[in-house]
Design a binder for this molecule. Sequence first.
Ligand code: ATP
Length: 358
Amino acid sequence: MTRLELDGISAAHGGHPVLRGVSLSVGSGERFALLGASGSGKSTLLRVVAGLHPPTQGDVRLGGRSVLSVPPEARDVGLVFQDPLLFPHLSVAGNLAFGLRQRRVPRAETDARVADMLARTGLQGLGPRRVGALSGGQAGRAALGRALITRPPLLLLDEPLSALDAPLRRDLREWLVREAQERGTTLLLVTHDQEEALATAQRIGFLDGGRLAQVGEPAELYAQPATLNAARFFGSLNFLPGVQDSADVMTALGRLRVARPGHGPVTVTVRPEAIRPGPAAVNTLRAQVRQVSFAGAYWRCELTVPAPGMGGPGGQETALVWHAPPDAPPHAGDTVTLHLPPAACWTVPEHPEDRPGA
Ligand SMILES: Nc1ncnc2c1ncn2[C@@H]1O[C@H](COP(=O)(O)OP(=O)(O)OP(=O)(O)O)[C@@H](O)[C@H]1O
């Protein structure tokens, strides 16, 4: 268990700034995910924590102590990358035992911990096997086992499961969460997979262009994104710019009652699954169904709402995406009556990071 603190971390690659003043505190035993688009600086931040990339500014503290001058091998952190990077000349058991031998753990204890880890990772009977003869999933588990067996107080994971297929990824993720909980390991997980972050982490940091745009609990980032990029990243597909006056925003759909009061230019974002069939006291609209496609748990419907929408000044048609419940799918060409529950109409103020090219 250890507390990780990042204080104003900036970093560059070849003179190009990649991280810009990232400050973050991850509690002892907490599971924290760093989420962001490709190139947002997630891996670089992880490498700064591991001591593999020097920051240009700021401090990294583990357990309250600055580790900037501590070499990577002495930082007592476990590190797992997307590529398992197992030692090819060693057996599975040899890979698991490696860190324990380095730490001069007595032979009997090493053997017991390797046997225990083989069982925990579902690799019983594969100890003597060469790592080249493992499947992708088995290699992934061996790499996680190798990192966990030394019981590092902080485990840094850089997309460790992304090469695996979905069911295996879910199993391994659940196993990892259980192991971390049992051992009180602090986890810092880098991923671009929002589902993985939501399922693994107690808190998430959304990194955007090298800046930490939002930190919060998974449900908070999902329902209350601070920026449009965060909203897009968490699957919102409907964006309605407008001007807010107290609890209402004038949009191309007309007057929309929204979740929180405010004033000035905003964008209302509504998740496709939050749109409800039927009319309601406010935010009711009639839309034309342009296209319907089956997505398993819902029907994805592309809608257009003709101007003037819900009676406002309107303008052009507005496109919306609705995830219709699976039981009664509409058909292309239908006209449907829907409503946008005010609690699901989240407003995002204009934000410099959301401008294209920012
Ligand atoms: N070794 C390097 N040399 C030069 N530029 C680099 C290097 N590593 C990363 N970069 C650049 O730094 C920026 C951030 O990269 P980083 O790998 O930290 O992002 P990321 O969010 O982890 O992306 P991904 O999800 O694609 O791994 C990118 O623009 C990338 O091209």
